[in-house]
Design a binder for this molecule. Structure first.
Ligand code: OXD
Ligand code: MN
Length: 598
């Protein structure tokens, strides 16, 4: 399929190490995909679901020890530890290559090696970057066919160039002790072994589009971020674009596909989804604005909790052409189910482990052991099947970003929304992003995990240098029309621990304030942490449970909580180490001084 000597010699090298029984090139055709689905069904790797109710949908179960990304076994292998920084696991490239060589040695014996040429971004667009993933898993091939743009067009666009990302994945024995997800940014190489779970093996996603791309972005003057992209359409047809970064499992997919509350819907407001997980951002020299593309082609969303209320658009997207992973199989009608889908769990079912499952045994206090679907079970669905997919989804140049939002899950510390003073302060706000653990997770409640820009597990180099890159972007003379940077918190609680903001579609009310700020249409209150809305400026029309008093609460700055947080931030900065830019410490000191004056 190609005469590219860089591609061919690398595949030769990988094949002589892994020794597959055959090599099959993935051309992106429906015929080949269908043949692979059939083959996977014949071996039990996939189960075909009810063709009438869920056309072209399949179920897959991973090994029980292989259900999530493994941050502890994810490595950035730069020549020096300093380049990877303290937040990443690091191993010297030679040492890691030697270790991997042993694990890959003959790992594809009696298996087929699939060669997947794929593009992150629209093939041929100025934003696009190409990759080739070698894998011995049909599940990976079929997921990549949804999540990325795959096939001969990619090889044609690559031509004779060596400029592609090499990715090698082998399931090997799925041995947890020898599971490695490794990145060699200087070699444009990703190597993954002993896993079959999405984030570890769909190498275009976290490994390429975030870790390697963030490294390339720094080198080449752009940004790869863990952000959704949405367009908010006003009744007059004007559309403004927002990107938002939240830690994993904090509702990015829900916000990206938001359905406006009825009062706004009736007036003609709409929200369009451009992406739910990753944004590649570039400064456009002509208008000085930041432009965003979503390099992916599908959604790899968390199933549990997705329902008609939380995200009807995501649910609709999963009704065809979808691969479900680790959800419940309803054996009465061959459909799928998960906790939080509806109140009708199937009478006869098989759980994510592959065992017969009786929903009556479900115990909320012991979710992991008794749930039918794994809490991290997923759907892999095509973006084009989403009812609210943006007409700009396939745009070659991306959408202009008016606002960047950071967010976390904080019971008290962060107000519903605040605006940073400027790009530098906004970078600081991103650097201190955090979430508190909830009762749902094992361990102590309310423990703060710092997750800067939601990129803690995804920066392919030193976190301090990554913050410096944000600052450097802000200092570019051609970046004249910067988005404003905000922080939101949908998870504020009262003293009894009840959420006081309804969230979901109602979050649109906050987006409207944000965009009004960007358009210079509304005033704000200057506080120690940033600009806050005047309570009356968040439109609560038709929202009965949020009284003006609650709104005041939501928009208050808890000075003691912030003062305590500053100590935690200092500890985190110390952990990031001596690459933390001086400007971030200046921002931290300025915040401390402003809090002291309150
Ligand atoms: C994540 C994901 O873990 O998107 O962030 O899967
Ligand atoms: Mn994510």
């Amino acid at each position: 399929m190609t005469t590219n000597k860089y591609v061919l010699s690398w595949i030769d090298e990988m094949a002589s190490m892994t020794r597959p029984k055959e090599i099959v090139w993935i051309d992106g055709s429906e015929e080949q995909a269908e043949a692979l689905r059939k083959e996977a069904c014949s071996t039990g790797e996939l189960t075909k679901l009810n063709e009438e109710l869920l056309p072209n949908c399949y179920l897959h179960r991973t090994a029980v020890n292989d259900v999530a990304r493994v941050e502890g076994r994810t490595y950035i292998c730069t020549p020096t530890k300093e380049e990877a920084g303290n937040i990443n696991n690091w191993m010297a490239p030679d040492e890691m290559y030697a270790k991997l060589k042993k694990l890959y040695n003959g790992a594809m014996k009696d298996r087929t090696m699939y060669v997947i040429p794929y593009s992150m971004g629209v093939v041929g667009s100025p934003f696009a970057k190409y990759g080739i993933e070698l894998t011995d898993s049909i599940y990976v091939v079929l997921n990549m066919l949804i999540m990325t743009r795959v096939g001969t067009a990619v090889l044609k666009a690559l031509g004779d160039s060596p400029d592609y990302i090499k990715g090698l994945h082998a399931k090997a024995d799925l041995d947890e002790e020898n599971r490695y997800i490794t990145h060699f940014p200087q070699d444009n190489t990703i190597m993954s072994v002993n896993s079959g779970y999405g984030g570890n093996v769909l190498l275009g996603k976290k490994c390429f589009a975030l870790r390697i791309a963030s490294y390339l972005g720094r080198k080449e003057g752009w940004m790869a971020e863990h952000m959704l992209i949405l367009g908010l359409e006003y009744p007059n047809g004007e559309i403004k674009y927002i990107t938002a970064a939240f830690p994993s499992a904090c509702g990015k997919t829900n916000l990206a596909m938001l359905i406006p509350p009825e009062v706004f819907r009736k007036k003609g407001y709409k929200v369009w989804c451009v992406g739910d997980d990753i944004a590649w951002l570039r400064v456009n020299k002509e208008d000085g604005k930041l432009y965003a593309v979503n390099p992916e082609n599908g959604f790899f969303g968390v199933a549990p909790g997705t329902n008609e209320k939380s995200n009807p658009n995501a649910l609709a997207t999963t009704k065809r052409d979808t691969i479900f992973t680790n959800v419940v199989l309803n054996t009465d009608n061959n459909t799928v189910w998960w906790e939080g889908l509806d109140n009708n769990p199937p009478e006869h079912a098989i759980d994510w482990r592959g065992n017969a499952w009786d929903y009556r045994t479900y115990d909320k206090a012991n979710k992991l052991a008794t749930a039918g679907a794994h809490p991290n079970s997923r759907f892999t669905a095509l973006a084009k099947n989403c009812p609210c997919i943006s007409s700009e989804f396939n745009s070659l140049t991306g959408v202009p970003v008016s606002a960047i939002i950071f967010g976390g899950r904080r019971a008290k510390t962060a107000p519903l929304v605040y605006q940073s003073f400027n790009w530098r302060h906004g970078t600081f706000v991103g650097s201190i992003m955090a979430s508190e653990t909830t009762a749902a997770a094992a361990g102590a409640i309310g423990v703060v995990r710092r997750d800067p820009m939601a990129m803690r597990p995804f920066v392919g180099y030193n976190m301090g240098d990554y913050w410096q890159h944000w600052l450097d972007m802000g200092n570019r003379p051609d970046f004249t029309n910067k988005p404003l940077i905000f922080h939101v918190n949908w998870f504020r609680t009262d003293d009894e621990g009840n959420f006081i903001w309804p969230g979901y579609g109602e979050n649109m009310r906050v987006l409207l304030w944000i965009l009004d700020r960007c358009a210079g249409k509304v005033d704000a209150v200057k506080t120690a942490i940033g600009y806050l809305p005047k309570p009356e400026d968040i439109n609560i029309e038709g929202l009965d449970d949020v009284t003006p008093d609650t709104m005041k609460d939501l928009l208050s700055v808890d000075v003691p909580a912030w003062t305590a947080d500053v100590e935690n931030i200092k500890e985190f900065y110390a952990q990031v180490g001596d690459h933390v830019p001086a400007a971030m410490y200046e921002e931290l000191n300025a915040l401390t001084a402003r809090l002291a004056k309150e």
